[in-house]
Design a protein around this ligand. Structure first.
Ligand code: NI
Ligand code: MN
Length: 227
């Protein structure tokens, strides 16, 4: 799997030749100004919830690429009104089998409204299972006991967890989340983009190291390979 970071909580993950794009928020992000949003690849766009810092570029990228968007029923209805047709509605607890593997929607403890104020349904996280490995993309969430279920019934090879605090869990709770899902390989997200979520990166890395876990903080535009 190749993983590319586009800033904030936006990642591209390439699995079995298919490009998954999570929570596209690129063009409004000053830190991601060197990313060409018109060059971002997508066969699937997975949207965790409706907040603008997760959905800003979803319509334009979906229209350009023809990617299938995976989101809640409420976001499906809203995207339909923006002129998108290739959308797969889901909700928490549901799983779908796609050509690269399975996507399961899991609980996120957060809120979800769309840029025009309409209701976005439940916020979600995603568990992706494939023959290349399994990972958990948490979306925006607090630490919850429900995370134990994610690691209980499958091996989680790595996970994208928010670490910016204020709107989501911070570093200390992300370390507990990693324990809950039995995964020591964490990629940090949802930090530094705006003032409320600026973190001390050196301290975050040290805290993970002291807990015997690996935190990876990717550079925007960087691609890494997992397995
Ligand atoms: Ni949010
Ligand atoms: Mn957010």
């Amino acid at each position: 799997m190749n993983i590319t970071y586009y800033g904030h909580s936006c990642f591209g993950v390439e699995i079995n030749g298919k490009h998954l794009l999570f929570d596209p928020y690129i063009s409004p992000n000053e830190l991601a100004k060197n990313i060409d949003v018109n060059a971002v690849k997508a066969d699937y766009i997975l949207i965790s919830h409706g907040h603008n810092d997760h959905i800003a570029d979803a319509v334009s990228i979906a229209k350009r690429t023809g990617a299938k968007v995976i989101c809640t029923w409420e976001i499906y209805v809203w995207l339909g009104k923006q002129g998108l047709e290739n959308i797969h509605p889901m909700n928490t607890g549901g799983k779908v089998k796609l050509d690269f593997g399975n996507v399961k929607c899991v609980k996120a403890e957060h809120s979800s409204s769309l840029p025009d104020g309409s209701y976005g349904g439940n916020p979600m996280g995603f568990v992706v299972e494939s023959n290349q490995g399994n990972f958990y993309y948490a979306g925006d969430t607090a630490l919850t006991y429900d995370m134990k279920l994610i690691g209980e019934y499958r091996k989680v090879d790595f996970a994208f967890l928010p670490i910016g605090d204020n709107f989501t869990m911070g570093v200390d709770n992300a370390i507990i989340a990693a324990e809950f899902i039995h995964c020591n390989d964490i990629i940090g997200m949802h930090y530094d983009t705006f003032g409320y979520i600026k973190i001390d990166e050196v301290e975050a890395l040290k805290k993970f190291e002291r807990s015997g876990k690996l935190l990876t903080l990717m550079n925007i535009g960087e691609t890494i390979n997992k397995h």
